[in-house]
Design a protein around this ligand. Structure first.
Ligand code: SF4
Length: 991
């Protein structure tokens, strides 16, 4: 139970120690502590702050020879290095990496106990199937045969879209890339992962504002911040070691920390200014701050003039948000927001940090754009210490997003257009017509044939509806009949009552994971469930992308335990079963028939990821950085001397051109004070060059040493020619450009380009290749030449404050679907119902009903330091389970007293769609009156029922509990289908 530090009341006694139970069957406590270099008191203490621990003696941990293997923690996006001590193939101990610029010898409780994650007694040990209500052990051969045969039958009967491939951020980059490619070869865009329900609204909002949808700076760069503004984020618990970097700025720069959150979090405890806003009122709050900035002329006018389009329209909207109106909507006094505005204006550059408190709303894309606009108004973008530091959740959610485990794009954010497929089929050396044939073709409303390869698939947030929705209402021919949940925790998703129904309606449910997950027990199926044991990331090798876009390498610590297999091996098994293994791995070296070589996979995506610059980070360069972590500066992340001299640690993307070009990576996006060849950048020219008669390109500003001293569009061959720079391309590069343009005589395999006997360039070559651009030129020549002139390949434009392609071009406040402020619903209604991502989506038809009489309390959710995601891994770790044994709901003392609920009592919490959970009450002023909070990591109880007996023997997590998402309700972002988990309603009563 999460405990208050002091409340003047005698504490409840802790349940029986899980550690003492676990110690009987696994490693003892002393061995663990010796291995991790921690004292148990330290576990709890650093858990809130990400403090450092004492370096242990590796040699002292075990007797005999010890190998030290470097890996990266799998529990959040900070990317802390783990040094494993391995003796005779057994992982015997661990230390935090002292050389890592990210963690500097620190770990939080999760990182300090990852050995137990890999060695976990509660893992899924061999393939299992449920038959007649009983779990039965089967072989991998039988599992692949049965699963594969049934999938092919479903494909035959209902089409490829009736199998849904739900991947995850558990994959390393190589596995994520193969997973997306695999789905393409199967013939569906019904493929997605948890980024959809973490930061999809960030990616969409941020990318549509200035070009790329990622964290702009880094944890380390926060050392340079003069102010830190955190909204909807609780890094002290969700990203504990990041606090090292935040607190350095606070102490060193006297940087004021402002935390905006409905809940007084452990992060808020470090704040100079805590702003308690009403859940779901972020846009109103930000406009309330901007109101004072504009009124006092504190905005950066020159930055706006030269680098921002549309701020006038923002000003018009902001003018409506007087301090009185802001207080009515947000509950925050105008005087406080004026103080915040002055603090931000007086302490530049400051950083803005946000997490899921901002993103998980029906208006999530409005929130993320409002945060960006705040930074644009302050002129804080493209500067050390500034930027939008968007902390991603899982260790590789940034990488899995970049590599396209998403239903609306191929790897590298190329989208699903014909051009995107043509690009990737060139990278894959695949016959585009064969790929098209893998997908279903349907008749569109206009009577024309429409291939579903170009249509966004069902997002992970809505897979339930893919099963339950009337197929007449869907933009695909048939419902989903088989679900594959690969590394995904279903209890991280809302509407779990409907999820249970959906799981029971499926023909087949396949879970591929190191742990059985809640998917094994939520439903009452007797048959048709398969559990396939996946290896953890400590049992394989590969690259992983931290939140700051740096790429790190994990070496394999130990062989896969039990009968588990790495994800890329399971992908190969399935591809071979489906008969396209040879095609899928055509370019990739195989270590055996079922083991793609990881480095070879890295090289394949290096060959295609030009859009975001995942092209320069070869496996060799990434490994060089890992081996020389000590040579990188802890603030700039730049290597000072040594073999990687000048590179930025992990070559944060974009790392332009080929590896041979040796671009150092881009530490801070859009920073024009550096040349592009040294990590500088402009805003991306992504939205055209003109809008409403205005110039969308930058006005007279450019990155250092640029040969074009003004704004400019993205580079194409034609642009190179217009500038006279096309003559700098080599013949090999021109041949690759010819191939991208589809000139027939150049349509050879990629390896043959530039070989002797290459066709001569035709006389009309320049005309034929004019449109080939920096994203589709597989040689990287266009990028190379642009950068030789210190220009950004993607152009030099203004950021846009107004996204004219979105439902709300100017971000506006809209009330949540389930709102108890009916006065505000009238003034700030939600959207009309609409259909997108293949499914009808409700807005007004829910909001028009007043649920607030029966469900008066606002319900929100979030993370705890001890657990991660759906919690299956961490609740199965005895060291973490010890620290947090009960699922709970935080209730303000006023509400508790009115409801007659005492601290520690069992209560029911019910949402307006009827889902209810039985949990322990925690009476605390952390939440305001009228607001309740529940963490989302628990599972294995359902509406008061303990489901422990439904797990396979020995694979039940130590800690079970109700999922907040059983009570959480419908609601999806208007652009990305992000789920709403931060502002719904509930009622609470004593159980
Ligand atoms: Fe570091 Fe995050 Fe792992 Fe904690 S969970 S050790 S902060 S990577």
């Amino acid at each position: 139970m999460l405990r208050k530090k002091t409340n003047g009341v005698a504490r409840r006694s802790q349940r029986t120690s899980i550690l003492s139970q676990a110690a009987e069957t696994s490693v003892d406590r002393r061995t663990f502590l010796r291995g991790s270099g921690l004292a148990i008191g330290g576990l709890a203490a650093i858990s809130a702050t990400g403090g450092t621990v004492t370096q242990a003696s590796a040699a002292g941990a075990v007797n005999g020879a010890v190998d030290l293997v470097k890996s990266v923690c799998t529990h959040c996006s900070v990317g802390c290095t783990v040094i494993a001590e391995v003796s005779n193939g057994v992982w015997t101990g661990q230390e935090p990496g002292w050389d890592s610029p990210f963690n500097l010898g620190a770990h939080c409780a999760k990182g300090a106990s990852v050995r137990e994650h890999a060695h976990g007694e509660r893992r899924l040990k061999y393939p299992m199937k449920k038959e007649g209500g009983e779990w039965k052990r089967i072989s991998w051969e039988q599992a692949i045969d049965e699963v594969g045969d049934q999938m092919m039958q479903i494909r035959e009967e209902s089409g490829p879209d009736s199998v849904y491939w739900l991947g995850s951020a558990k994959h390393n980059n190589e596995q994520a890339y193969l997973f997306r490619k695999f789905a393409a070869y199967w013939g569906t865009n019904n493929v997605d992962h948890q980024a959809r329900i973490c930061h999809s609204t960030t990616v969409a909002g941020v990318a549509n504002t200035w070009g790329y949808g990622a964290m702009t700076n880094s944890y380390n760069d926060i050392h340079n911040s003069k102010a830190i503004f955190i909204i909807g984020g609780n890094p002290a618990e969700a990203h504990p070691v990041s606090l090292l970097h935040l607190l350095k700025a606070k102490e060193q720069n006297n940087a004021p920390v402002i935390v905006c959150d409905p809940r007084f979090t452990r992060t808020a405890a470090h704040a100079d200014e805590y702003v308690r806003l009403r859940p779901g009122s972020d846009v109103a709050l930000v406009w309330g701050i901007l109101y004072h900035l504009f009124e006092n002329g504190w905005e950066d006018k020159e930055f706006i003039r030269t680098r921002v389009w549309g701020m006038d329209q923002i000003k018009e909207e902001v003018a409506k948000w007087t301090p009185e109106e802001v207080e009515r909507v947000t509950d925050v006094p105008g005087s406080q927001l004026k103080r915040v505005a002055r603090t931000l204006a007086n302490n530049r550059p400051g950083t803005v940090i946000w997490c899921m408190g901002g993103t998980q709303h029906t208006t999530g894309n409005n929130n993320t754009r409002a945060y960006c606009i705040l930074q644009l108004a302050l002129g804080n973008m493209g500067a050390e210490g500034g930027g939008t530091n968007i902390f991603r959740g899982h260790d590789n959610v940034q990488g899995a997003t970049d590599l396209g485990v998403l239903s609306h794009t191929l790897p590298g954010y190329y989208g699903l257009s014909a051009g995107a497929w043509a690009h990737w089929s060139r990278v894959w050396n695949e016959d585009l017509d064969w790929l098209k044939g893998q997908f279903e073709t349907v008749k569109a409303a206009d009577g024309k044939d429409k291939n579903l390869m170009n249509l966004t698939g069902i997002p992970v947030s809505r897979w339930i509806d893919g099963i339950l929705e009337d197929k007449e209402n869907m933009d695909q021919p048939n419902n989903v009949r088989a679900m594959v949940l690969w590394g995904h925790a279903p209890n991280s998703q809302t509407r779990m009552k409907e999820m249970k129904t959906a799981m029971e309606k499926l023909d087949m449910l396949v879970v591929i994971d190191p742990f059985p997950t809640v998917s094994a027990v939520l439903h009452d199926r007797e048959d048709g469930v398969y559990l396939l044991p996946a290896a953890t990331q400590f049992e394989t090798r590969g690259s992983v992308t931290a939140s700051n876009r740096s790429i790190q390498w994990r070496d394999k610590i130990m062989d896969p335990l039990f009968e588990s297999k790495p994800d890329h091996v399971i992908i190969a098994k399935l591809a071979n079963k489906f008969g396209f293994g040879d095609r899928l791995f055509r370019n990739i070296e195989m270590e055996d028939a079922e083991t793609p070589n990881i480095e070879s996979v890295t090289r394949e995506f290096n060959a295609g990821m030009w859009t975001v610059g995942y092209t320069g980070q070869s496996p060799e360069r990434i490994k060089l950085h890992m081996a020389n972590q000590h040579t990188f500066d802890r603030t700039t992340l730049q290597a000072i001397g040594g073999p990687a001299d000048g590179d930025y640690y992990g070559m944060p993307w974009p790392c332009w051109g080929t590896a041979e070009m040796k671009h150092p990576g881009t530490p801070n996006l859009y920073d024009m004070s550096k040349p592009v060849s040294e990590g500088g950048l402009t805003f991306r020219a992504r939205f055209g060059v003109e809008r409403d008669g205005d110039n969308l390109l930058a006005e007279g500003v450019y990155s250092k040493n640029s040969d074009i001293q003004d704004g400019y569009p993205e580079f194409t061959y034609q642009m190179l020619k217009d500038l006279g720079w096309h003559t700098e391309l080599t013949d090999q590069e021109k041949a690759a450009i010819a191939r991208a343009a589809g000139i027939p005589e150049f349509q050879k395999g990629q390896d043959e380009v530039g070989e002797a006997g290459m066709s001569p360039f035709p006389s009309d070559f320049d005309d034929k290749v004019a449109k080939v651009n920096w994203k589709t030129d597989l040689s990287g020549g266009i990028q190379r030449v642009a950068i030789a002139h210190e220009c950004a390949p993607f152009g030099n434009a203004k950021a846009r404050a107004v996204v004219w392609t979105f439902p709300d071009p100017v971000p506006v406040h809209r009330e949540p679907l389930y709102s108890n402020r009916r006065d505000l619903v009238a003034d700030y209604p939600t959207y009309e119902d609409r259909k997108f991502y293949r499914l009808p989506t409700m807005y007004a038809s829910i909001q028009k009903n007043d649920f607030s009489k029966d469900y008066p309390i606002v319900l929100t959710s979030g993370r705890l330091v001890e657990y991660e995601g759906g919690g299956d891994e961490t609740r199965s770790n005895p060291w973490l389970a010890e620290l947090q044994q009960d699922m709970f709901v935080e209730i303000n003392p006023r509400d508790a007293n009115d409801l007659g609920v005492r601290d520690g009592a069992q209560v029911w919490v019910e949402g307006p769609e009827g889902g209810k959970v039985k949990v322990m009450a925690m009476v605390t002023e952390r939440v305001g009156a009228g607001v309740a909070f529940m963490p989302f990591h628990f599972g294995g109880h359902f509406e008061g029922e303990d489901q422990r007996s439904k797990y396979p023997d020995g694979a039940d997590p130590y800690v079970l509990g109700e999922s907040t998402n059983t009570a959480q309700t419908y609601g999806y972002d208007s652009v990305t289908q992000m789920q709403e988990t931060k502002a719904t309603l509930c009622k609470i009563w004593s159980a």
